[in-house]
Design a protein around this ligand. Structure first.
Ligand SMILES: *Cc1c(COP(=O)(O)O)cnc(C)c1O
Length: 445
């Protein structure tokens, strides 16, 4: 108890010290005011040095300035205060917030838009990649620019907020497409919008009968927890079922302030998830990851995805081999609570969507047994049933018709591997559109 009070106090003192360097007379209520935080976001290298009390070499400063010309910087004073000035070169917050000259080393495999989000954009502000859900970018601005941003190509663009007309066009698209049952609000950070604008967007989306769930992707609880005000939470509460995914990458980011923001959201009945990115030097370590997922679930946040770092330009120095991610998954699955384990995914370059990657657990099988191994290395067998009557599905059998009354609009179209497995579809293979052999067969070469 005593030590908690002591650490809270030193935390507060640290905040006051930085606040005082930002302007004379700045106090704790300034510090906890999110508008003040945004107004004083740090955008210059010399301010970083002054506030942290550190000094870069002339050469390094020059390099950093050059990097900023291509990829700008913005850091909330709150997030900056989490950096340990005594060991800033290894500091996970520093590495995520302060540019690295390595960002200018574009490797030949890098792409500006590796996930083809712009190509899969149907109307401005909408990426419609999956059949039943869309990404809807409602803000182009963030309070902190993550150095590992997958949308780095857009960071610092001049149009900070989409116009009302653009937003209405996006909402209209969603209204016209009755297959969309899940709308994922993203950006930029949706919580950079004013309360009124957010309320307006959510209310229009909520009026659309086929939209079942609303989701918000935000890094606000990590980089600007003071934005989670009672007013904001009361607005969000009106639009249930509403889910929030946030973006913690390191256990040090879970501070007293961020815990408070998360508690407000969870108390409002909002299910919370977390998407981390696997980053070299930041969290590419099973011990760090285990601590992170444990701290998340303590705060009622369910680890949702662990992303392999994308192939966006300027991220070369953050990438790890896929093997590092598998090693981390191996250290989590079975070793800790199932709901503390995220799904490790690679977001397919070219726009194929997220692909889950796992250690292998199914190691062999025969006609009547499968051989599995567990997290301890125990090898075991599971005996298949002696008789199992497969049910032939023509999408019109009594089983479903009696127990699950679907209307035609709720019926999804089978695509991909699901289609190959389906009884009701005659497709026997999926063939690349430029397959040479089939071209010869069609005689169209
Ligand atoms: C990640 C993503 C989604 C949501 O995917 P889930 O697996 O449902 O969380 C939707 N659209 C796009 C374009 C995405 O990248």
């Amino acid at each position: 108890m005593q030590s908690a009070t002591k650490s809270n106090k030193s935390f507060t003192n640290k905040h006051l010290k930085i606040a005082g360097k930002i302007h004379d007379g700045a106090n704790l209520s300034n510090w906890r005011d999110w508008q003040w935080q945004i107004k004083h976001a740090i955008r210059d290298i010399d301010v970083v040095e002054r506030l942290l009390g550190i000094e870069f070499s002339d050469e390094k400063r020059e390099f950093l300035r050059k990097t900023l010309d291509k990829f700008p910087m913005s850091i909330t004073p709150y997030y900056l205060s989490l950096i340990d000035p005594n060991d800033y070169e290894n500091d996970p917050i520093f590495l995520q917030a302060i540019p690295s000259p390595s960002e200018l080393q574009i490797s030949r495999h890098d792409m500006a838009d590796p996930l083809a989000e712009d190509k899969d954009s149907t109307v401005p502000g909408i990426t419609h990649r999956y059949p039943d859900r869309v990404l809807f970018y409602i803000s182009h601005v963030c309070s902190m620019y993550c150095r590992h941003c997958t949308r780095k190509r857009k960071v610092g663009d001049v149009d900070l907020y989409p116009s009302k007309e653009d937003l209405l066009a996006g909402i209209e698209y969603i209204r016209e497409h009755t297959e969309i049952r899940d709308v994922l609000l993203s950006g930029g950070d949706p919580f950079m919008l004013s309360d009124e604008r957010l309320d307006w967007i959510l209310s229009l989306l909520r009026e659309i009968p086929h939209v079942e769930i609303l989701r918000i992707g935000t890094r606000i609880p990590v980089v600007l927890p003071y934005r989670v005000t009672d007013t904001l939470v009361n607005i969000l509460k009106k639009y249930h079922p509403l889910w929030i995914n946030t973006h913690f990458n390191h256990p040090r980011e879970l501070t007293a302030s961020s815990s408070m923001a998360l508690a407000k959201l969870a108390d409002a009945g909002i299910p919370l998830g977390n998407q981390s990115v696997l980053l070299a030097g930041v969290n590419d370590c099973p011990r760090i990851m285990r601590r992170l997922v444990h701290k998340l679930v303590l705060n009622r946040v369910r680890p949702y995805y662990l992303y392999q770092c994308d192939l966006s330009e300027g991220l070369t120095h953050f990438r790890t081999p896929v093997g590092k991610g598998i090693e981390i998954m191996e250290s989590l699955i079975g070793h800790t609570s199932g709901f503390a384990v995220p799904t490790y995914v690679i977001d397919a370059p070219g726009g194929g969507g997220k692909i889950p990657v796992m250690p292998q657990y199914l190691i062999s099988w025969s006609a009547n047994k499968v051989v599995l191994r567990n997290y301890e290395g125990v090898i075991t067998t599971y005996r298949e049933p002696d008789s199992y009557e497969p049910n032939f599905c023509d999408r019109d059998c009594d089983k479903c018709n009696l127990t699950l009354k679907l209307n035609p609009a709720e019926e999804s179209k089978a695509i991909g591997i699901e289609k190959l497995l389906a009884d009701y579809d005659k497709t026997i293979s999926l063939v690349p559109h430029d397959n040479e052999r089939l071209k010869r067969r069609n005689g169209d070469d």
